[in-house]
Design a protein around this ligand. Structure first.
Ligand SMILES: *Cc1c(COP(=O)(O)O)cnc(C)c1O
Length: 329
């Protein structure tokens, strides 16, 4: 078998996290349906508490800890959506949470994590220095919860797929933003267990598509991280990947890449046509649809994964400015 994470784990996660995460709506998109000639719907998961689906996995993982582990607390290194989700999930469960980050992390990100109730530990000038601190805390008994390559995280993310099936029982195609693959592994596992003919398509940005390039290579490889509007999709898949590389290989039907221009266009579309503020990473499904990169979408749900974009940047994009984050470093 391609994975030891099952539909049963998904239902168990759903029961575990019930009442602690939102059930997010699915809406029909007249404009995208018109543009593609198909039935396109949006799963508004960016309206999740903390602004992304990452809360699902983090909540499931925190609630799956043993009593002893709960007493010692959890630690993470993410400064983005996983960090926010983990901080919030731990706080709600009354579990201590430390997020380690380097001095180079911008102040607004530090505040974003603190606002969710975590302790922030600022160490050194690189991600590697932060990792040394994490290793020390783990040696002292804390549990490190990674952003995607972990059973309980994948099972937690998979609960979004159960909702999608209930909200669109006859769905044919699902578009899922893809980075480390925790989200798509969970979604694809559920979809294929229910009906193998449902197409699951991963969408990443061209700049630094680590899972895409690793799948091309046939094994997890190092892919340089590049600046992109889809900043939550940056980072590698881990050279010793345990779950998501194989699950993506075995369960995902296609992987599609979108350009920076297409991402900006999708953020604009989401705002002006759908009245939604979404971050670049959340917009890649819309980007692929608008660019005509999805063959025969049919009855299609595009998963909008997050909303945590810098609002000044968002304002520039929706105002029509040709923002080039690749030049801004
Ligand atoms: C983390 C994240 C993703 C990608 O999730 P993976 O499980 O790493 O593939 C997509 N969109 C947003 C907004 C995210 O925060």
């Amino acid at each position: 078998m391609n994975s030891d994470i099952t539909l049963q784990d998904s239902f168990a996660a759903r029961v575990r996290i019930a009442g602690r995460v939102r059930t997010t709506p699915i809406v029909f998109s007249p404009s995208l349906s018109e543009a593609t000639g198909c039935d396109i719907r949006l799963k508004l998961e960016h309206t999740q508490i903390t602004g992304s689906f990452k809360l699902r996995g983090a909540t499931n993982a925190v609630l799956s800890l043993t009593e002893a582990e709960r007493a010692n607390g959890v630690v993470g290194v993410s400064t983005g959506n996983h960090g926010r989700g983990l901080a919030y999930a731990a706080k709600q469960a009354g579990v201590r949470c430390i997020i380690c980050m380097s001095e180079l992390v911008p102040q607004n990100k530090v505040e974003g994590i603190k606002a969710q109730g975590a302790e922030v530990r600022i160490v050194g000038r690189s991600q590697d220095d932060a990792q040394v601190e994490v290793d020390k805390l783990v040696a002292e008994g804390m549990v490190m919860l990674p952003p995607f390559d972990h059973r309980d995280i994948i099972a937690g993310q998979s609960t979004v797929a159960l909702e999608m099936l209930e909200q669109t029982p006859d769905l044919e195609t699902v578009l899922v933003p893809l980075s480390g693959g925790g989200l798509i592994s969970g979604v694809a596992m559920v979809m294929k267990a229910v009906n193998p003919s449902i197409r699951v398509i991963g969408v990443s940005m061209e700049r630094g598509a680590a899972m895409y390039e690793s799948q091309q290579a046939g094994k997890p490889i190092f892919v340089e991280e590049l600046s992109t509007l889809a900043d939550s999709l940056g980072g590698g898949v881990g050279l010793d990947n345990q779950h998501t590389f194989a699950m993506t290989r075995d369960l995902v039907d296609e992987m599609i890449l979108v350009t920076e221009t297409e991402i900006a266009q999708a953020i604009r579309h989401a705002y002006w046509q759908e009245r939604q503020v979404i971050e670049g990473s959340g917009s890649v499904g819309i980007a692929a649809l608008l660019a005509g990169k999805i063959r025969n979408p049919g009855r299609c749900v595009s998963l909008i994964s997050g909303q945590n974009i810098d609002m000044a940047l968002h304002h520039r994009i929706i105002s029509g400015e040709d923002v080039d984050v690749t030049a801004e470093g």
